[in-house]
Design a protein around this ligand. Structure first.
Ligand code: IPE
Ligand code: IPE
Ligand code: MG
Length: 235
């Protein structure tokens, strides 16, 4: 099988990475944020077209205020960095999730990053911020409901493809491969609809240590999988 076109990553384990080194959790987040650019470059080099990173979930607001603050600051920082490198890397940046809950300045920065980079298509980097799959689907269902109520859509016209177009990921193909770092074996409300037929790869390596070699390992494993989509194996 060839290189996955779209890789989605749950970037987990920053806190444990820091704890192991006797550092505060936020030091782990700083190291994790630094790793984002490296993995973008590695993915592009390996021929990946879409990279979708889980940076902050709708559930992550329940963390201590100082950690949430630090995470938001780091996110704004690396979004800025991504914009700077978008031109040289021909990178299209998108954000998924409900950005209305983010502070006004950050929202503006996101809209601007998406606008500036929209001309590029070499690597499509999508960052999930205040993202939760259930929240995304509810927002989509509300929009479907409004369109039905206002006569733009008949319920029987709703297909999988049309529902896709109501999701935050409407411009992205479904992920071929999901990677979760740091050992947890769960989805934590990430892309539940979109991952219906994706291959899963879990590694114990925490996100700050997940480098190009580790990404290659995940891709190698994927290449040896036998995807079926409900059919039987073609000989
Ligand atoms: C991932 O690392 C970053 C976010 C979820 C924002 P964690 O902060 O979840 O690290 P662990 O899981 O506590 O080690
Ligand atoms: C998932 O990681 C969210 C992100 C990586 C942004 P968490 O660390 O928040 O997930 P749980 O709480 O362990 O399921
Ligand atoms: Mg975690």
């Amino acid at each position: 099988m060839s290189v996955p076109q779209h890789i989605a990553i749950i970037m987990d384990g920053n806190g444990r990475w820091a704890k192991k080194r006797g550092l505060p959790r936020n030091a782990g987040h700083t190291a994790g944020a630094k790793n984002v650019e490296k993995i973008c470059l590695a993915a592009k080099k390996l021929g990946v077209k879409y990279l979708t990173l889980y940076a902050f979930s709708t559930e992550n607001w329940s963390r201590p205020e100082n950690e949430v603050k630090a995470l938001m600051k780091l996110l704004a920082g690396y979004l800025d960095k991504c914009v700077q490198t978008a031109h040289e890397n021909q990178m299209h940046i998108r954000v998924i999730g409900d950005i209305n809950r983010l502070d006004a300045k950050f929202q503006k920065q996101i809209v601007e990053a998406e606008r500036i980079s929209a001309v590029y298509d070499d690597l499509n980097l999508t960052i999930a911020i205040n993202y939760g799959s259930r929240d995304e689907m509810l927002r989509a269902m509300r929009a479907v409901g409004r369109d039905v109520k206002e006569g733009r859509l008949a319920p029987e016209e709703l297909t999988e493809e049309l529902f896709d177009s109501y999701l935050d990921t409407r411009e992205l193909p479904d992920p071929d491969l999901l990677i979760r770092t740091s050992g947890e074996l769960r989805l934590s409300n990430y892309l539940l609809w979109q991952l219906a037929y994706s291959e899963f790869y879990f590694t114990d390596v925490p996100w700050p240590d997940f480098d190009e070699e580790e990404l290659k390992k995940a891709i190698d494993t994927y290449e040896n999988r036998d995807r079926r989509y409900g059919g039987i194996k073609e000989e």
